[in-house]
Design a protein around this ligand. Structure first.
Ligand code: FAD
Length: 317
């Protein structure tokens, strides 16, 4: 079922979870181990992130370095199919511009369609670690809005090969990313909203936000979107803080602010166990306020750890 149908049919705020494929060489059991405790909360859907290649340097026998492209977390599509099969839950694979040309994207979408996957989260992807700026692959897309146009085209039976006649249209529900604290490359919020609106005009059905720790950021973002005639559902993304290190790691990686009261509470903690508890209490309060605000669904970035998310969601069921 489509994410938008889940939202339309819901009588209360829904929950959804996002997982990462495990590192290459790890069994899929690790995914089941983190999802098993969460399935009792009947998530409406489970997102599976996509991780493009990274470049590593290997020393050759002649002493020279060889650059190799390695995908450390492959398996997004297989995990989606396995989860659907095991738990009978809808999955949302993330698809990105980076590392794909249009032909490869089309073939990937055909696989997803044949597997009965109804949703995709369409993203640009970050620059690869060795690059400062995002570079599109030759024959690939530069922005999420362009990738979205391709998905939307296929939803209308338009494939790359113009000679294909009576092609079967796909029927993907399309999610996109939104940034309550602005995307780090956008010169300002107005510009970021302008391009978010382009994604909506190109056919996006719903938005999932980057994580935030201050709900006011989400409330302001939703209001700004509505003022700009972006009317589709905006799903808040939450990540419970779980280690003291994340106080610097999350702002560095995701370009967000951590509010002072949360920083103060974390700094008082003597152990990471205590930090996890602070993270659970903070996120539980966030969920409470987001439900009161009328958020359609609350999306948890589990990052492979489910015990804290389990504690939070259990307070609301
Ligand atoms: P876009 O919407 O293309 O925007 C990128 C930047 O370009 C923004 O600053 C925007 O304002 C600007 N812009 C957009 N269109 C134009 C234009 N036409 N001209 C000029 N500027 C423009 N990354 C992964 O690699 N894998 C994942 O699974 C993944 N999952 C994510 C899930 C969520 C919910 C979120 C919020 C992010 C996720 N990301 C993931 C990270 C995401 O790929 C990065 O944040 C990336 O830098 C931007 O992606 P986007 O889809 O928002 O890009």
């Amino acid at each position: 079922m489509k994410v938008t149908e889940h939202i339309k049919n819901a009588k209360k705020t829904l929950f959804s979870f996002e997982i990462l494929p495990p590192l290459k060489g790890t069994s899929i059991q690790s995914i089941y181990n983190s999802l098993d405790p969460l399935m009792e909360f009947k998530p409406s859907f489970v997102d599976v992130t996509y991780h493009r290649e990274e470049y590593v340097y290997k020393k050759r026998n002649d002493g020279l370095l060889e650059r190799r492209a390695v995908r450390k977390r492959p398996g997004t599509v297989g995990i989606c199919a396995a989860i659907m099969n095991k738990y009978q839950v809808d999955t949302v694979p993330h698809i990105i511009c980076g590392g794909f040309n249009k032909e490869e994207t089309e073939n990937a979408l055909i696989d997803l369609d044949f597997l009965g996957i109804d949703n995709v989260l369409v993203l640009r992807g970050d620059p690869i670690k060795s690059e400062t700026y995002f570079t599109a692959d030759e024959g690939g897309h530069k922005y999420a809005s362009e990738l979205l146009e391709q998905v939307n085209g296929m939803n209308n039976g338009i494939y790359l090969d113009e000679e294909l006649k009576s092609s079967a249209p796909t029927n993907f529900c399309i999610g996109v990313a939104g940034y309550p604290e602005k995307h780090f490359e956008a010169p300002n919020m107005r510009s970021d909203i302008h391009f978010l609106k382009k994604k909506v005009e190109a056919g996006a059905d719903y938005i999932v936000t980057q994580m935030f720790f201050d709900n006011q950021q989400y409330f302001d973002f939703v209001n700004l979107c509505r003022e700009n005639d972006i009317t589709i559902p905006i799903i808040p993304g939450l990540k419970p803080l779980s280690t003291a290190k994340q106080l610097s790691l999350l702002p560095q990686r995701f370009h967000l602010n951590v509010p002072n009261p949360l920083v103060d509470e974390v700094l008082k903690c003597k152990t990471n166990e205590a930090v996890r508890q602070v993270g659970v209490e903070w996120a539980t309060q966030q969920v409470k306020e987001l439900i009161e605000f009328g958020a359609p669904c609350i999306h948890f970035y589990t990052m492979g750890k489910s015990d804290n998310v389990q504690k939070i969601v259990s307070s609301f069921s």
